[in-house]
Design a binder for this molecule. Sequence first.
Ligand SMILES: Nc1ncnc2c1ncn2[C@@H]1O[C@H](COP(=O)(O)OP(=O)(O)OP(=O)(O)O)[C@@H](O)[C@H]1O
Length: 239
Amino acid sequence: MTEAIDITNLNYRRNTKQILTNVTLQLNPGKIVGLLGENGAGKTTLMRLIAGLAKGEKGTIAVHGQTTAATRRAFVSFSEALQGFRPGDKLSQIRDFYALAYPDFSAKKYLDLITFLQIDDDQKLATLSKGTREKFIIALTLSREAAVYLLDEPFSGIDSMSRKRIISSIIRWKQDSATMVISDHYVSEIAALLDEVVIIKDHTICTHKRSDQIRREFGLGIEAFYESVYEGDISDDQF
Ligand SMILES: Nc1ncnc2c1ncn2[C@@H]1O[C@H](COP(=O)(O)OP(=O)(O)OP(=O)(O)O)[C@@H](O)[C@H]1O
């Protein structure tokens, strides 16, 4: 079986700063994976590299066997921050751009998502509250029928009630064979969704485990496991 994501010996520097060191990771199709780590650990950087948006890495990154940044982009739907769009752009214009740029964009899914998220796409980008902007990014990202979804702190500005509603239904917006990687600091809120957990610490992936393995081997929930790894209560040789 071809892995959805297959990373080998990835090293990445920005200027003189080492950001990721010897990252090796394999993710199978169909999984929902939590990418956890403290502020500045490198989660966004790793997602941008997988998505083909950051360049200059050493090592290999394959998404469904595609190893160049340009070819990976076609397989990966990444929750981008809409930086290329103008404040006066209507959301429906941004939708049109996505529909043109991505052959896997589903107009039906988009309509279902904006209805579910209660977004009026006749609004201009500049008029959106922070939370509505985050919801719109989720709608655009999940409207693609992509093989891999990378959601980078997708719920950060969203109120807690909406967040719970979105988290509990996110699984239905993903095809069974698609892989979804979610980074989030609200670990306890996304824990029930996760098939696997990947933790970045000290510039590298220090552990990658299935959620059931964490419960069975350590007798811990995902949030407690994550905190134990960071606090050094679980040592490297136990991974
Ligand atoms: N444009 C840049 N130039 C130089 N260093 C950068 C740049 N962008 C990020 N970094 C550095 O790369 C490291 C990883 O940052 P990154 O944003 O990937 O972390 P993160 O895990 O996503 O953090 P957070 O949880 O705060 O979003 C940090 O030390 C950050 O300062």
